[in-house]
Design a protein around this ligand. Sequence first.
Ligand SMILES: Nc1nc2c(c(=O)[nH]1)N[C@H]1C(S)=C(S)[C@@H](COP(=O)(O)O)O[C@H]1N2
Ligand SMILES: [Mo]
Length: 171
Amino acid sequence: MKNKKLIAIIAILTVLTLSLSYINMKSVNKASDEEGMISFVSGEDSARLSFDEITGLDSKEFKAVEDTSSSGPASRKFKGVLLKDALNKISISDETIKSSSKIIVKGLDGYVIALSPNEVLADNSVYLAYEKNGKPLGNMKNGGSGPFQLIAVSDSFSQRWCKYVVEVTLE
Ligand SMILES: Nc1nc2c(c(=O)[nH]1)N[C@H]1C(S)=C(S)[C@@H](COP(=O)(O)O)O[C@H]1N2
Ligand SMILES: [Mo]
């Protein structure tokens, strides 16, 4: 009799632990997903855009020199949207961008880079890229650099080409 009770309690605890860790896993995935969701933060306001919402903006093809640890500098063809257009989409105006001191971009691995308002507002300067040479960028899990990689076209060593972008903050 005592034994049965003990077994029942262990069974209940096991089920509870498993379901709680499942719920936890789901919320972690949501917060930092590999699906291209990006959070935009400006002061008290924040908004999120999905991969489809971002790639549905006015897309541009551009060339930039990529320099990684596994390949030397090489000119590549990218497709993406201007970071500015994504910000405008969620009602962050050019004036708001201009009046911020810097724009911080964060990757899923914690890598952080900073941009100036002038760079973000320029015409062919800062992109959220999602294709390289006609192919999706992939993600951190499968060895890619996306779904979105921030590209600062002027960076000749790719040091601010933030991979796996998850958050953009105006400061
Ligand atoms: N998220 C993220 N983006 C990043 C980095 C990084 O460590 N994490 N490294 C930067 C640097 S220093 C370079 S040169 C390029 C290419 O880095 P890789 O050779 O590690 O791909 O990505 C840049 N973007
Ligand atoms: Mo680098």
